[in-house]
Write a protein that binds this ligand. Structure first.
Ligand code: PGA
Length: 261
């Protein structure tokens, strides 16, 4: 696992956007795994800027969001369908068919999850998966206790996640759905490159457990320790609980710039 400590989320977003643009430059039909929440927003903004400047062409990429609330209308502004449309599809000039999505309104959720897995497989798998981390250590919506081998399925959100996400529902925790559909930890782990980002002191504890704690289903983000190409990009407040912080900084400082992440 490579840990890169950056000065600000904006600097981190530049670094992650560099990796995405390099990927899309060499593989125009690259498959991106799309996270939602506050964490990836600066990356999407940076990518949209670069597209506006004509530096990158996303017209052949594919995208697969990580998760969706169960039973939330896709027209609801907090649905991940709406978030991905507003933050990714429209700003990057994508057409709807380029981005799949989990159907939180499907009559048969299990079948929708199995179908999503086969769509990812048919697209050739995810090349680069963007990830945030929940304050409870989740990735996607894989809450503590999720099997590290889990596949796309229904999950029940923890009280902590519902509290954390109430800000997207006008501050009303009760309005946050109790269930979701999420790619499993095993599904996520099949992506060829995992890029997890964390900004702010509120993520420091979860991030330290993810990077330096024992691998455990109680912290699903620890699955990154088993991945052959996992990059963690964090700002200083999120990095403050890392024991080997200075080592990670020295490793990155002496890395040749051409190497990227
Ligand atoms: P956030 O959520 O990006 O809104 O902090 C991250 C997550 O829950 O995975």
């Amino acid at each position: 696992m490579e840990i890169v400590i950056v000065e600000s989320p904006a600097k981190g977003a530049e670094l992650v956007a560099d990796a995405i643009c390099r990927l899309v430059g060499t593989k125009p039909e690259a498959v991106l795994g799309l996270a939602t929440g506050s964490t990836p927003e600066p990356v999407y903004q940076e990518l949209a800027e670069r597209r506006r400047r004509g530096e990158v062409d996303f017209s052949s990429i594919r995208g697969f969001p990580l998760d969706e609330y169960l039973g939330l209308d896709p027209g609801h502004p907090a649905s991940y369908h709406a978030v991905i449309r507003d933050q990714v599809v429209l700003p990057l000039g994508l057409s709807d068919h380029q981005v799949a999505g989990l159907d939180g309104m499907a009559d048969d959720s299990e079948a929708a999850c199995a179908d999503y897995e086969s769509q990812i497989r048919q697209a050739g798998g995810v090349d680069l998966q963007l990830l945030g981390i929940g304050s409870d250590g989740h990735i996607g919506f894989n809450e503590p206790g999720s099997s590290l081998g889990s596949r796309t399925r229904i999950k029940t959100l923890t009280a902590q996640t519902r509290r954390d996400n109430a800000r997207f529902f006008g501050g009303d925790e009760e309005a946050v759905p109790r269930h979701c559909l999420t790619q499993g930890v095993g599904t996520i782990s099949e992506a060829r490159h995992l890029v997890l980002m964390a900004w702010g002191a509120g993520k420091a504890e979860a991030l330290a457990a993810c990077a330096e704690g024992p691998v455990t289903a109680m912290v699903p983000a620890t699955a990154l320790q088993l991945h052959r190409h996992a990059t963690v990009v964090v700002d200083r407040p999120a990095a403050k609980r890392l024991r080997l912080r200075e080592y990670y900084e020295s490793v990155y400082e002496s890395k040749p710039a051409w190497q990227g992440i």
